[in-house]
Write a protein that binds this ligand. Structure first.
Ligand SMILES: Cc1ncc(COP(=O)(O)O)c(C=O)c1O
Length: 445
């Protein structure tokens, strides 16, 4: 089950719209009990929280937009209200609501003037949107290998990937945990290359007490349905650079400046429509009344789960860099070492976890090796712009051996699960211990 399918399934299964906190005690009889996949009792006895959470506030905000009959931000007031609140929440001096996380990244790259002949540094361990926005600009995506311990782009490998063509470094705060911001900014500063943060999964995450999206030239966030802050689709750009904020506004508004419809053009020679709607902004204003509390709960549960899982040989929760003062925990990610589970294959481990009532999945694939990406070397436009030799060399450059190892071991759990109770976390750990004790029997089944 991929991430989006899971969220849908969880929402349906969650039934109630307000998060439930199951407090039922363990019923599987301890870690030596028979695993559910072999006919035993499930380790998980509760109900996972549903997503999204809504109440009267959401209804009021939506109906207000509906009745205002101003549904477009040009003329409406709700998008501006949302941007003001998001600035207060994150400490940034500029926030621009956009139609999606992809739109946020595309707008930032557009406002920086990315185009054919440019290279953009990205990680391979990310959602494909990070890659797509580069290719939509006919720029070359350059993959920098992962740090297997943290699942983030390995900032120590960025410098070797920089060339005279590098236009932007766009690392991702994957899983909602900050990448090594100090190291990335140091390398970028040395080479005078702007950093655009893909913060699509990292709402309210902090590095040294300051929220992500505030560190590079700008940061882009997603409000797609699975995200920790959700309006179905939606996004926002944060920046503390006034001119860049204006350039983003103009790019996302068909090349036109100003807060109203205008026929005068502004910055650059390209633009599009990436505007947020008043409805999205209304939902976000309501959702934001809960986001701080939800983030706090995820962090507490994730920290507790990490403490429990660190005691299980062969389970390696993604580590956080020293500068991280808060992870958003959009995903709870860990590595699975099958040699500590009597050789039990990862796919069988996941099956056993599902049987225990614990949803989890494999996560991302090896994006740099996927045909969707490697076929770029055959794309007629790319061949016209870069030539056959450069595209062949590009394929050779995009090797990420550490990421290959990471993908073979990675397991994800989801932000909604971290909204559960302490008991839920204990039952996750109990399920894993049970599977480990019975790994040989499960392998044979
Ligand atoms: C890392 C990352 N970048 C970009 C995006 C794109 O955001 P959206 O789906 O809102 O377009 C996502 C969303 O899943 C993401 O996880």
């Amino acid at each position: 089950m991929n991430r989006r399918n899971f969220i849908t399934a969880a929402s349906v299964a969650g039934a109630g719209l307000v998060i439930g906190v199951p407090t039922v005690a363990c019923s599987s009889g301890g870690q030596l009990a028979k695993p559910a996949i072999l006919g035993g009792t499930k380790a998980f006895t509760g109900t996972w929280p549903g997503w999204p959470v809504i109440d009267q506030v959401d209804e009021t905000e939506l109906v207000n937009v509906l009745k205002s009959k101003s549904w477009c931000r040009l003329g409406g007031k709700t998008a501006t209200r949302f941007e003001e609140e998001f600035k207060k929440l994150t400490g940034a001096t500029n926030a621009l609501g956009v139609s999606s996380g992809t739109s946020a990244l595309y707008t930032m790259l557009g406002a920086v003037g990315t185009g054919p002949g440019d290279e953009v540094i990205i990680p391979p361990y990310t959602f494909v949107a990070t890659y797509n926005v580069v290719v939509l600009n006919y720029a070359l995506p350059i993959f920098v290998d992962s740090d297997i311990e943290t699942f983030q782009m390995d900032a120590n490998k960025i410098e070797a990937a920089i060339t005279g063509q590098t236009k932007v470094i766009m690392p991702v705060h994957i899983g909602g945990s900050p990448f090594d911001i100090d190291k990335v900014l140091e390398v970028a500063g040395k080479h005078k290359i702007p950093v655009l943060e893909d913060a699509c999964q990292a709402h309210l995450a902090e590095w040294k007490g300051k929220m992500v999206g505030n560190w590079g030239l700008a940061g882009g966030f997603s409000f797609q349905a699975s995200k920790n802050l959700n309006s179905g689709e939606g996004g926002v750009i944060l920046t503390n650079d006034e001119q860049f904020a204006k350039n983003c506004y103009i790019f996302h508004n068909q090349g036109q400046g100003g807060k109203a419809t205008s026929f005068s053009t502004g910055f650059g020679t390209r633009g599009t429509n990436m505007r947020i709607t008043e409805f999205q902004a209304g939902v976000l204003l309501a959702q934001m009344t809960r986001v701080v509390e939800q983030t706090k709960r995820r962090t507490e549960n994730a920290n507790y789960l990490t403490k429990l899982l660190n005691d299980i040989p062969g389970i390696m929760p993604a580590k956080l860099y020293k500068g991280v003062t808060r992870s958003a925990y959009h995903l709870y990610m860990f590595r699975y070492d099958k040699t500590k589970f009597a050789g039990l294959d990862l796919s069988k481990f996941l099956e056993a976890m599902h049987a225990e009532g614990i949803p989890c999945s494999l996560g991302y694939g090896k994006m740099n090796k996927d045909a969707y990406v490697t076929d770029l070397a055959k794309n007629p436009h790319y061949l016209k712009i870069y030539g056959e030799k450069t595209m062949k060399e590009w394929l050779e450059r995009n090797q990420c051996p550490e990421n290959d190892k990471l993908v073979d071991q990675a397991v994800w759990m989801y932000q909604t699960m971290l909204l559960g109770s302490k008991t839920d976390m204990e039952q996750i750990a109990e399920a894993i211990r049970k599977i480990q004790k019975n790994a040989t029997a499960i392998s044979k089944a």
